[in-house]
Design a protein around this ligand. Sequence first.
Ligand code: SF4
Ligand code: SF4
Length: 307
Amino acid sequence: MKTYILDIQKMSTEDGPGIRTTVFFKGCNLKCKWCQNPESIPFYRQKYWIKDKCMGCLSCLECPQKAISFDEDGLKFEERLCNFCLWCAEQCPTNAIEVKGREIEISELVNELLKDKVFYEKSGGGVTLSGGEAALHWEYAYELMDELKKRGIHTALDTAGCYPYKILQKLLEKTDLLLYDIKHIDNEKHKEFTDVENTLILQNAKRVGSLEKPEVWVRTPIIPDSTDSEENIKGIGKFIKENMPNITKWELVTFNNLCKNKYQLLNRDWGYENKELIQKEKIEKLWALAKKYHKNAVWSGATKLEV
Ligand code: SF4
Ligand code: SF4
């Protein structure tokens, strides 16, 4: 079985315990305005032109489908004509044309993930399935985690939970740790910021939050002017306290803007490009608030340097 994988990130320490490899699946059914991985949203492969690497040789204009042109803004792909032969990327002398997303067989991916088994074992780590939304590739994700568990590797699933519960229920059979996102408690704001309502996400949250197994952590991204209000943290805290008695951690994860060049490559404006990192004082205030609702509330991520 194959599916599109965006990236395999080794030595990750942010997506569960220990040293992990995080597998980023392609495709997501949310469109968070602050998304740190915009290239993970489409389910298909994409080509990017990296302006800074291009030496202007124009040899890519020989595209067999005549799907490439140049104008004053640089290289343009005519996607309607492109058949994704990838000739342009292969022959570009400076690797200025990159392809995001690759179809990978489960057996190939397992072999790649096993290369770091010694690090997982020594650190109490494992493999995390993320995205995009890994759960939307449920057959592949199930089989991948099954293969990993047969080899004694700890599995984590990072999800936004916006799909029918029976999918999640099936995946939980092979999941050791569920990282469950709750971004905004207010339904209208959730829709405004992510393009979907939070109704299904909160329904599924209630179900996973009452399970004995697997272990569940809730994660809330702290995004400036979007999710970082005291009202939102109080609302999520109250929801967790009343409906998710078995979660073992609530993690507030601060915003960073390291992905702004990804938006530039996609030729897309990003409303968060000029947003500053959260101040330490602010995240500590939100953390103190969160601790009133869950004894193991923590925060992680970057904060603004104070001078
Ligand atoms: S082949 Fe590569 S370096 Fe040459 S113009 Fe095209 S993108 Fe630029
Ligand atoms: S992938 Fe093939 S068809 Fe598409 S732009 Fe590149 S060379 Fe042309």
